[in-house]
Design a protein around this ligand. Structure first.
Ligand code: IPM
Ligand code: MG
Length: 349
């Protein structure tokens, strides 16, 4: 059976890094994959008036996997929220029930010196953040209103129901089971009711995974521990907002935000694959973007949604080898352009 991959390059550096990921996929000569491109984000808004047009959503629904570049465009920041580029990724996560966002952070030994941390601290990083992406303050009721004395007030309601917590808890425990069997649940249960429920439900679910060692950490402490001693973490499971923040932080601990790939899965293992960095409009179109996170995202896609683990291994090994050979763009202290970084990976393949 052929597999369909939706290709949504989006805004900013999205298109240029996507070109490199497609070159790498094409070089593998994989049988039975077809690609269909769609418009998302500011690019879609400018072309057809909506960040997630129905045609794009239709491709996504039919696809086995979605390769996603980035969305975000300063030109669109004045638009009503439902028309902003970010709604493309949020809409896809919600419409396809892509709730389990896997964000691995592992140091490439070749990049230890690029980390913001001391080499001996950075060298120990091999963790996976499992971030919930269908609920939390991202999707609660929100708006602008006036207080009784006429002041402007913005509000966003944070909530999780137990089913939402239970399914992401299972993702976290299952991921831990396949790794070093340690799960750290990150919350703010000392202040938030949402987090108290989160913690209670994670503890309930833990009964089904006796071989996984469960711990709990407040998010502020987790942010601190992530730079103090990141080697202590195996799998971290957390909510949408905390996971957004901690995953950017983890990326700098491993060297560059240009290196981190992610997968967002639903219950039928349909997945969306994207680098965790954004559209970086400040460097778009200048050949400065690091395509490796996008390339590594396509490897995750081959592994999780397309059942092609050997091809995924080949890409990951080629990236490691390219780094060993000295491939470095500006984000890693070098001067290679986006396409030269792609060339370096292709050369190894
Ligand atoms: C991410 C991004 C998105 C998020 C934005 C673009 C809406 O920061 O995937 O981490 O906040 O989830
Ligand atoms: Mg983010």
């Amino acid at each position: 059976m052929g597999k369909l991959v939706a290709v949504f390059a989006g805004d900013g550096i999205g298109p240029e890094i996507m070109v490199q990921a497609r070159r790498v996929l094409d070089a593998l000569g994989l049988d039975g994959i077809s690609y269909e491109e769609g418009l998302v984000g500011g690019a879609a808004y400018k072309a057809v008036g909506h960040p997630l047009p129905p045609e794009t959503l239709d491709i996504a629904k039919r696809a086995d996997a979605i390769l996603f570049g980035a969305v975000g465009d300063f030109d669109c920041d004045h638009l009503e929220r439902h028309l902003r580029p970010e709604q493309a990724i949020l809409g896809l996560r919600k419409e396809l029930t892509l709730f389990s966002n896997l964000r691995p952070a592992k140091v490439f030994p070749q990049l230890v010196d690029a980390s913001a941390l001391k080499p001996e601290v950075a060298g120990a990083i091999d963790l996976l953040i499992v971030r919930e992406t269908n609920g939390d303050v991202y999707f609660g009721e929100k708006g602008m209103r006036k207080t009784a004395d006429g002041k402007r007030e913005g509000y966003d309601i944070m909530s999780y129901n137990e089913d939402e917590v239970r399914r992401i808890a299972h993702s976290g425990f299952q991921a831990a089971q396949a790794r070093r069997k340690k799960l750290c649940s990150v919350d703010k249960a000392n202040v938030l009711e949402t987090s108290q429920l989160w913690r209670d439900v994670v503890i309930e679910v833990s009964a089904e995974y006796p071989e996984v060692e469960l711990s709990h950490m407040y998010v502020d402490n987790a942010a601190m521990q992530l730079v103090r001693n990141p080697g202590q973490f195996d799998v971290v499971v957390t909510g949408n907002m905390f996971g957004d923040i901690l995953s950017d932080q983890a990326s700098m601990c491993v060297g560059s935000i240009g290196m981190l790939a992610s997968a967002t899965l639903n219950e039928s293992r349909q997945g969306l694959y994207e680098p965790i960095h954004g559209s970086a409009p400040d460097i778009a179109g200048q050949g400065k973007a690091n395509p490796l996170a996008m390339i590594l995202s396509s490897a995750m896609m081959l592994r999780f949604s397309l059942d092609m683990p050997e091809a995924a291994d080949r890409i990951e090994a080629a990236v490691a080898k390219a780094l060993e050979n000295g491939a470095r763009g500006p984000d890693l202290g070098g001067s290679m352009s986006t396409s030269e970084m792609g060339d370096a990976v292709l050369k190894v393949l």
